[in-house]
Design a protein around this ligand. Structure first.
Ligand SMILES: Cc1ncc(COP(=O)(O)O)c(C=O)c1O
Length: 387
């Protein structure tokens, strides 16, 4: 189905051992109620891929297609925008403007002047910044987004479209994170980051609670619980959110595999080291959303025991899978980061050793999180052209 390409697979020695509760259930209930109340909310499609199941010699493969999410093109719409909403409500209350403002009131401009005095900011590879900018525009605050120089013009434009100010930083995503934190400190802006670090966990926790809704929807859409879930990994936030949510729904029975680009595999490196570590280099992968060199602290606290395995795949295998989905009938439009899990499944399933390590067999029901559509249409067109 796709050519054989190099990949890495590491089983998590600590899988299933008890640890801290990173995402409490109450926080998810609030996130879910809030996001489901937003205009335009609907669950994204869960697509059966029978031909992939056949090729992988498993019982079923389902692909959660985040392309249509709120018109933003990725699951990130669930996290950043929700965290902006929550932050504004809290801050307006702290400033004595409104005790229990609702997002509906904010959208209607009830506290416009006060909200405009609040600036949210973040660093992004594209999708998270788009979500934060979208949230800021909807709920009426100011927004400054930091991108690194490798972020494509298409992704920059998509953020600017929501009225955010863009700042371009030399280096990688991790440099943009640091520049953002520095400016925010100086200007008293509010960082709405999708990654977390020592002393900064409250907002990214909200971001991850929002992500859980994607996994919750998938569980509701499936007839039978999955045995495996393959999730793309950047800083690990979405893989951790999926891990928490699938455990909440299915009691730890689902093997969660976090899949990263081989050029930015910080989760795999951390699992190998037994502690969170950064990977060096220019993180130059096509999978822009996954070009992260340092795990999120919160995500790591979940994944170090919640993930069943870590894998890394090459850019070539991502392009193979984008094309595979683009030429099926009906086509599935999957962006570069969305297909990491599909690539990992197809590569591992054909190798007897990897298959056995992951426990993949004819009864396996695999859930793939296709985390974005063509969020950068020009890149998508270029990469899928020769079909
Ligand atoms: C499309 C897409 N998939 C997956 C991810 C990875 O999410 P995380 O950084 O939470 O691991 C991102 C992050 O930007 C993304 O944009």
């Amino acid at each position: 189905m796709i050519p054989n390409r190099p990949y890495r697979l590491l089983l998590n020695r600590r899988h299933g051992t008890p640890g801290v509760v990173v995402l409490p259930e109450g926080g998810f209930r609030r996130a879910r109620a809030e996001i489901e109340s937003w205009p335009g909310y609907e669950p994204t499609p869960l697509l059966p891929l029978p031909e992939v199941a056949q090729a992988a010699r498993v019982a079923a493969v389902h692909y959660k297609d985040e392309g249509p999410r709120f018109g933003l093109g990725s699951f990130k719409a669930l996290g950043g925008a929700y965290a902006v909403a929550k932050l504004l409500v809290t801050e307006l209350s702290r400033r004595g403007v409104a005790n229990h403002a609702t997002t509906k009131e904010l959208e209607e401009g009830a506290h416009r002047d006060a909200a405009q005095g609040i600036t949210v900011t973040c660093a992004t590879d594209g999708n998270h910044g788009r979500s934060v900018a979208w949230g800021a525009q909807r709920f009426g605050c100011r927004c400054v987004i930091f991108v690194h120089e490798g972020v494509s013009q298409g992704r920059r434009d998509a953020i600017a479209k929501y009225g955010a100010e863009l700042r371009v930083v030399p280096g990688t995503y991790d440099h943009a994170v640091r520049a953002c934190a520095h400016e925010a400190e100086r200007e008293a802006w509010f960082v709405v980051s999708d990654t977390s670090w020592e002393g900064y966990t409250e907002v990214p926790r909200d971001v991850m609670q929002g992500y859980r809704l994607m996994a919750e929807e998938a569980s509701n859409q499936l007839d039978a619980p999955p045995t495996h879930a393959f999730v793309p990994g950047g800083v690990g936030g979405v893989a951790a959110a999926v891990s928490v949510q699938l455990r909440a729904r299915h009691g730890g029975a689902v093997k969660v595999v976090a899949v990263e680009p081989d050029k930015a595999a910080c989760l795999l490196a951390s699992a190998e080291a037994g502690e969170p570590v950064a990977v060096e280099g220019d993180l130059d992968t096509l999978m822009a959303g996954l070009a992260c060199g340092e795990p999120s602290l919160l995500a790591w606290q979940e994944l170090e025991r919640g993930a069943f395995a870590f894998m890394s795949v090459s850019d070539d295998s991502a392009v193979d899978c984008m094309r595979l989905l683009a030429r099926r009938k009906p086509p599935v439009v999957a962006g570069e980061s969305a297909v990491a899990g599909l690539a990992a499944l197809l590569l591992a399933a054909r190798d007897p050793f990897s298959r056995a390590m992951l426990g993949l067999d004819a009864d396996s029901r695999v859930l793939l999180f296709g985390t974005e559509g063509a969020t950068d249409p020009e890149t998508y067109a270029r990469l899928t052209r020769e079909i």
